[in-house]
Design a protein around this ligand. Structure first.
Ligand SMILES: Nc1ncnc2c1ncn2[C@@H]1O[C@H](COP(=O)(O)OP(=O)(O)OP(=O)(O)O)[C@@H](O)[C@H]1O
Ligand SMILES: [Mg+2]
Length: 304
């Protein structure tokens, strides 16, 4: 089997349970992410999403198992992996622009100051930040603007892998929509691979190529990998009219509402707990119907 760009193999995480024993968050989680893919992960609070992301970022060591990127073991943080946390994590004493140039200069040490500024300004512009705003400090920016700065900073660094932990959690719906669009724009212009945690089903369907579904913890599993069979570019108002939209959405809602609980806590003897692939495509049914109507005019008459 061909190895994925990012490969997570038999990842297990245990923590002390506070009573002298151990608590297993997840066990033998095994999945891959392809180069250039946009993958979202959905699961209830506490199932271990941030723990997985911290391990992928190299900020934490798993109890056992390995993560490989481009065939190499991930251990310790690296500029090849960019992280956007929910709390923005900008340096408060630097302006928006300097928060970006600071990171870009570290990433591309041979660049001239002018190159660094031009590159950084271009990425701030991509997320809609121009003019005076880029010379303000984080405390003088709105939450949405700060989040844009951290997304611009992460993309400007051109990491091979971008890790986003609920990046839009604290934003109002309107700002969230705008930044989602900007994120997709920047992603589609680059060859970056994105792994994003979200609690928002509609956001995941809009953005992702594939959604990983986790069961509840402890002993959580990445149980399913649901392909988003809706072509790009996707538009938030039109996407709901696609025949696959509600079929996929219902599947996700049903998983989170019911099966995430039913499947939880099941320790398995399987060494590789690979997620089950789910491919939902209603357009095939519609094509068959359309063909049938074409071949049989009476059917068309009935449908009119
Ligand atoms: N350093 C730690 N020490 C002990 N337990 C921890 C530690 N970090 C996380 N946990 C526990 O591991 C489990 C998973 O935590 P994690 O933060 O990964 O969940 P999550 O899926 O990101 O949840 P949320 O959606 O609320 O952000 C939780 O039960 C949490 O209490
Ligand atoms: Mg979390």
């Amino acid at each position: 089997m061909a190895r994925s760009f990012l490969s997570i193999e038999r990842l297990t995480q245990q923590f002390p349970d506070g009573a002298g024993g151990t608590m297993t968050v997840f066990e033998n989680a095994t999945f891959g992410v392809e180069k250039g893919e946009f993958v979202c992960i959905l699961g209830h609070s506490g199932c271990g999403k941030s723990t997985i992301m911290n391990i992928l970022a190299g900020l934490a060591e798993p109890t056992s198992g390995v993560v490989k990127m481009d065939g190499e073991h991930v251990s310790g943080p690296s500029l090849d992996r960019g992280v956007v946390f929910q709390n923005y994590s900008l340096l408060p004493w630097l302006t928006a622009l300097k928060n970006v140039t600071f990171a870009v200069a570290a990433r591309f040490p041979k660049w001239t100051k002018q190159q660094v500024i031009e590159h950084s300004t271009a990425f701030l512009e991509k997320v809609g930040l121009t003019g005076d705003a880029i010379h303000r400090k984080p405390s003088q920016l709105s939450g949405g603007m700060r989040q844009r700065v951290s997304i611009a900073r992460a993309f400007a660094n051109e990491p091979k892998l971008l890790l986003l932990d609920e990046p839009f959690g604290a934003l109002d719906a309107l700002t969230r929509g705008t930044i989602q669009d900007e994120l997709i724009n920047v992603w589609s212009q680059t060859e970056q691979t994105v792994f994003m945690i979200t609690h928002d089903i509609d956001e995941a369907i809009l953005l992702a190529d594939r959604i990983l579904l986790m069961t509840n913890g402890p002993l959580a599993r990445v149980a399913e990998s649901v392909e988003i069979t809706i072509p790009r570019p996707r538009n938030r108002t039109e996407i709901v009219e696609h025949p696959n939209y509600y079929a996929i959405r219902n599947h996700l809602v049903q998983f989170l509402g019911q099966r995430s609980k039913e499947l939880s806590g099941m320790s398995s003897d399987d060494i590789d707990q690979r997620p089950q692939s789910v491919h939902i495509d209603k357009t095939a049914d519609l094509d068959i119907q359309a063909d049938a109507m074409h071949e049989n005019p009476r059917l068309r008459a009935i449908s009119e």
